[in-house]
Design a protein around this ligand. Structure first.
Ligand code: HDL
Ligand code: ZN
Length: 440
């Protein structure tokens, strides 16, 4: 048997892995954050961190006040109630609670003091644009992809007015109402003077494509996106399947854009929780295999909400090179499942996937979401490189860096802009390196 790699060499490789994971800027491919030009739509600071819907759901498990009473409180009062229930009366041991404290700690605030008042004061002193750059640099997030919906009445006017874009934000065109609520959405498109009617005639399909063209161009969308209920099935004659097939996928093909699908969301399981009231259920991965198989000239991105879908999704990705899976989304974004899902993906897909996105709704969250995920991804990668080196194969430092860049957005960029090929990826990471203070 060939002499395996010495423990010193192996330790050196693993140290390179951890260094690369820590230092490589990441492309956060799905968030609910906004370019600072969107003003108050970009949330940040301790009160928004505490009233994030993940903590609201957990808070209600401890509150004994009626739902309506909580919702009638101011944001600060809601934050106080959550702080008291989840941090003081109970140790903040959940991933969402720990995340708030990781964020404060990384910002240099001493959480041991448990001084919410002082923390509020600290946040009040920041200018939003400066703070955005400060947080992105601290979190080592090179680029943030927004979720942009023409159907959002607060967001749409900002796009229509136009604004100077922050270099660190890209866009994705979110089209849930178009696919999941066509009858009502057809009225909006008609109001915006697109030639559509509720019936899905050829003329209406052309009107929908005109709408998609306009908004893809307006926001410079890198992909189109929809979150789908667990019962989405294909083939099928639902309005969703028909609009997808006759308008969305041809549009994506013509513009070389991937179509991102996020299956498994059961919206409004408990409406009294408002945004915190959505649940999860297993989706039909076979439907997605049928859809992808029927559209070999389209590229698809998928992240599934149900833990039970992850294995089938990995196997589906092995069958279709035009499917790129990404992230540990929402309820799966917890250390236990990030570890399980990332190990499964590395073992079944090698490096041809994107392990994580933050899904952040509050800017400061990217600090904790990426710090927690980098730690787990580094552990899992070290396990896999250790297994690899047991064969006598020794990855070079450049190869380790290349692999990590691929996982942290390089593969995603290449998948989204196949024609741009290496240049887009290399550009992204070179720009990040140049942004690093003191970089040669
Ligand atoms: O549909 C989505 O993009 C989800 O991420 C929802 O926005 C969800 O409310 C969420 O924030 N999950 O993390
Ligand atoms: Zn999301």
């Amino acid at each position: 048997m060939v002499e395996v790699i010495s423990s010193e060499r192996s330790e050196a490789v693993l140290a390179q892995v951890r260094q690369a994971v820590k230092q490589t800027p990441v492309y956060d491919v799905h968030t609910h954050l906004y370019d600072p030009a969107f003003g108050d739509l970009l949330l940040y600071g301790i009160d928004d961190l505490l009233v994030y819907h993940y903590l609201v759901a957990e808070g209600f498990r401890q509150f004994d006040l009626p739902y309506e009473q909580f919702w009638s409180l101011s944001k600060e009062q809601q934050a106080d109630a959550i702080w008291d229930a989840l941090f003081i009366k109970n140790s903040p041991i959940s991933e969402s609670c720990r995340g708030v404290l990781t964020t404060l700690n990384l910002l240099g605030l001493d959480v041991k003091k448990r001084d919410l008042k002082n923390v509020r004061k600290w946040f009040a002193d920041w200018d939003k644009a400066d703070y955005t750059n400060h947080i992105m640099e601290k979190a080592n997030v090179g680029s943030i992809c927004m979720t942009n919906s023409p159907f959002d009445d607060l967001e749409r006017p900002v796009w229509e007015q136009g604004f100077d874009r922050h270099h660190g934000f890209t866009s994705a065109l979110r089209i849930d109402p178009l696919l999941l609520d066509w009858q009502r959405t057809s009225e909006s498109l008609a109001q915006w003077e697109y030639d559509v009617t509720p019936e899905l005639s050829d003329k209406t399909i052309a009107g929908i494509r005109h709408f998609l063209e306009d908004w893809t161009r307006k926001i410079n969308g890198k992909y189109l996106m929809v979150s789908l209920p667990p019962d989405f099935c294909y083939p099928g004659d639902s309005e969703c399947a028909r609009i997808m097939e006759s308008a969305v996928l041809p549009h994506c093909r013509d513009h070389g854009l991937p179509f991102a699908m996020m299956p498994g969301v059961k919206r409004g399981v408990n409406p009294l929780l408002k945004m915190a009231g959505d649940g999860v259920s297993k989706a039909c991965v076979t439907s997605f295999s049928h859809l992808i198989s029927a559209h070999p000239d389209n590229n698809f991105l998928i992240t599934a909400l149900s833990r039970e879908n992850q294995y089938e999704l990995c196997v589906a990705a092995r069958k279709f090179r035009n499917l790129h899976i990404f992230g540990c989304w929402w309820f799966t974004n917890i250390p236990y499942l990030i570890n399980e899902i990332t190990s499964m993906r590395l073992e079944l897909l090698g490096l041809s996937f994107t392990p994580q996105h933050s899904d952040a709704r509050v800017l400061d969250q990217i600090l904790y979401k990426w710090s927690h995920s980098r730690e787990i991804i580094a552990d899992v990668l070290c396990d896999k490189y250790t297994d690899l080196m047991k064969t006598g194969w020794e990855p070079t430092p450049n190869e380790v860096q290349r692999d990590v860049e691929s996982l942290f957005g390089g593969a995603f960029i290449k998948f989204c802009e196949p024609n741009a090929g290496e240049s887009a990826t290399a550009q992204f990471f070179r720009r990040q390196q140049e942004a690093v203070p003191g970089h040669a």
